[in-house]
Design a protein around this ligand. Structure first.
Ligand code: WTA
Length: 635
């Protein structure tokens, strides 16, 4: 294993230049440092119009050999995962690379014993415990495709995802601790399992001692199965372009998109970006607070750090339990050197008295990271001043589930940072800004604003949407011919630094969670009193954005607080509690274009209290509705 880190700004510039002049040679050099069972024949084949991207074709490998086996000789005793429980009085767990290797191999045999083969899809609905990491790596070991569903999603959301990719197995835990609460995951799964004919077996990890209802013939306990499993499990030979995992992300129709990532490119991309953005040294302790149910956890708790031989922290709990000092207490206790979190967490912690920070010794910290949404100036400075004490570079990393790895970000201590800017593209990434006419805005010394697209493939780009390649093409490659469209708007300063301004489509990022408004509207519309609804985002002090729902009721229905509660409940049950609208306003109509499309732009402005300039409303089908909605606006 070679170190892939660039060391100076000049190194970065040189690498960037090479990566655009000869992308294939650039990525070959990086890919060469990994363990391949057979070297690839063709580095890159691509066509953004089909669209099709293939990296390292003909190469054979297993990502777990790169995350585990290759470290055993030199780093076998090094801690791979430090697990920090929800309850500070429970003991942390330290798992070395060798122990992780043994656990993964054994659990891989559990999968095999239960009929899972290469290519089968396995759904994981798990708390943040090491067994989640073990289960995902065990899937990768035998070539099964993991589809992790965030353990805050509802039964209906799990069922939809399981059915979309026809998972054969579900792995879960009986319960999960989340702050002062305990949630029964198995019960949520059982409800989902009523509608998932493809599931043949369920493996249940016992996180608590509570009795758990098990279905005969289908449900099995993790530990019982382990007892029966062999110790050794050879790594399956995988093609570089074989599927590694599916991860669902919200779309602008109600249906979630199962983004497909493949083994070779994803491994190369996440590892290279992990090492360069964070710049870890040998004994550093790296902590990303994301949940593994999101892409950040996949790429930067598990695959990137483990392929790099790093020590990665997994935290089961929440930042506010037992008090708002929990993150800082963990940093002190584990001597965390690299801390990677989301702006929403920073904002909610910045609202608390500083004593929660000052109580703790944060001198081990060297690098701070941010991800998931634009970080505002105030939060950036609070983070930089109070957590980094002005000594830790803040890397604001812009990327997406679809990109697999970080695309635009400072490299810690190597390239300059600038508050609220994700700054420069990583080597291998070729961003462009597009104007309203769909033309590329040239690079000049003028600051410009536009829609962010990428014009050349990088190894960790998602290859398709599971089972729906047409939609993949439509969503990402049809807005700008021959380019990948991100769905984000961005500003670029005279030196080429990017600042991401936010989504330009019907996706709202609430507390760092990607939510499609269409799915929420569908849920609301299921209520028997509701005719139609429109959901938009508006700025929120802590969450970044919150949701505002405009709801039309049937004529004979009286608006009531009870209804508001029921509507929020429906959304919680269908999409998940994170998607509950903050505000609900009952309206008699929605502003529509003549072709019947809801004018969300106007609704967004009203919800954001930005009604000075609503634009021309006279072309609407029903312009009078705008005044009515404004008059009843819920401040
Ligand atoms: C937003 C999370 C500004 C963006 C890794 C993107 C950001 C969406 C940043 C993807 C950032 C992510 N600055 N915006 N540093 N990072 N975003 O798929 O709108 O959950 O398109 O991936 O989050 O969210 P996703």
């Amino acid at each position: 294993m070679e170190n892939l880190q660039l060391r100076t700004f000049a190194d970065y510039k040189k690498a960037y230049k090479k990566s655009t002049k000869d992308p294939e040679a650039f990525w070959e050099g990086i890919a060469d440092t990994f363990t391949w069972q057979k070297k690839w024949d063709k580095t890159l084949e691509w066509d953004f119009e089909k669209p099709e991207v293939k990296w390292f074709q003909g190469g054979k490998l297993n990502i777990t050999e790169n995350c585990l086996d290759r470290h055993l000789e030199k780093l076998g005793n090094k801690t791979a995962i430090i697990w920090e429980p929800n309850d500070p009085d429970e003991e942390s767990r330290y798992i070395s690379y060798r122990q992780l290797f043994v656990k993964v191999s054994r659990f891989a045999n559990v999968l095999k014993n239960n009929g899972i083969k290469k290519g089968d899809r396995v759904c994981l609905y798990m708390p943040m415990i090491p067994e989640l990491a073990i289960a995902m790596l065990a899937c990768a070991r035998i070539g099964a495709v993991h589809s992790i569903v965030f353990a805050g999603f509802s039964s209906a959301a799990i069922a939809r995802r399981i059915n979309d990719s026809e998972c054969k197995m579900l792995i879960t835990a009986n319960e999960v601790y989340r702050g002062a609460k305990k949630v029964n995951l198995k019960e949520i799964c059982d409800k989902a399992l009523e509608e998932t004919p493809s599931i043949e077996s369920v493996i249940v990890y016992r996180r608590t001692v509570e009795p758990t209802a098990m279905k005969d013939g289908r449900d099995k306990f993790w530990f019982d199965e382990l007892q029966k499993a062999e110790k050794d499990c050879p790594a399956e030979e995988m093609d570089a372009e074989d599927m590694l995992f599916i991860l669902y992300t919200s779309g602008s129709t109600g249906k979630p998109k199962g983004m497909v990532h493949t083994v070779g490119g994803y491994m190369v991309g996440t590892t290279y970006t992990f090492q360069n953005v964070f710049q870890l040294e040998k004994d550093d302790v790296y902590w990303c607070t994301a949940d593994i149910g999101w892409i950040t956890g996949h790429s930067y708790i598990i695959y990137g750090p483990l392929a790099s031989g790093a020590t990665t922290v997994m935290f089961e709990g929440v930042p506010s339990y037992p008090d708002y000092g929990r993150f800082w207490e963990i940093c002190e206790k584990l001597k965390v050197t690299h801390f990677y979190t989301a702006p929403t967490a920073i904002r909610s912690l910045a609202k608390q008295p500083l004593k929660f920070v000052e109580r703790h010794d944060l001198s081990s910290l060297k690098v701070l990271g941010s991800v998931g949404e634009p970080i505002n100036e105030e939060a950036w400075h609070w983070y930089n001043d109070n957590i980094g004490k002005g000594n830790c570079p803040v890397v604001d990393t812009w990327w997406q589930t679809e990109t697999g790895g970080i695309m635009i970000s400072p490299l810690a201590g190597i390239t300059p940072t600038r508050p609220t800017f994700a700054t420069l593209p990583l080597p291998g990434v070729q961003p462009v800004l597009m104007d309203e006419q769909g033309e590329e805005i040239p690079h000049t010394n003028e600051p410009v604003e536009g829609r962010l697209a990428i014009k050349f493939p990088w190894p960790s780009i998602a290859r398709t949407i599971y089972g729906d390649h047409d939609r993949y093409k439509e969503v990402y490659f049809s807005t700008f011919k021959g380019k990948y469209f991100t769905g984000d708007g961005a500003y670029r300063d005279a030196s080429g630094n990017y600042r991401i301004t936010g989504r330009v489509d019907d996706i709202v990022i609430v507390s760092g969670h990607n939510l499609g408004t269409a799915a929420i509207e569908n849920a609301i519309d299921e209520h028997e009193a509701v005719v139609e609804s429109a959901v938009v985002g508006y700025p929120h002090e802590v969450k970044g954005n919150a949701l505002y729902a405009y709801v039309i009721l049937y004529n004979d229905i009286e608006p009531s607080e009870e209804l508001i509660k029921e509507i929020r409940e429906i959304v919680a049950n269908t999409v998940g509690p994170i998607a509950k609208p903050e505000k609900i306003q009952f309206v008699s109509g929605l502003p529509k274009t003549r072709s019947g499309k809801i004018m969300r732009r106007i609704l967004r402005k009203i919800a954001s209290k930005d009604t000075e300039n609503l634009g021309d409303t006279s072309t609407l089908l029903n312009p009078e509705i705008v005044d009515e909605i404004m008059a009843d606006f819920k401040a």
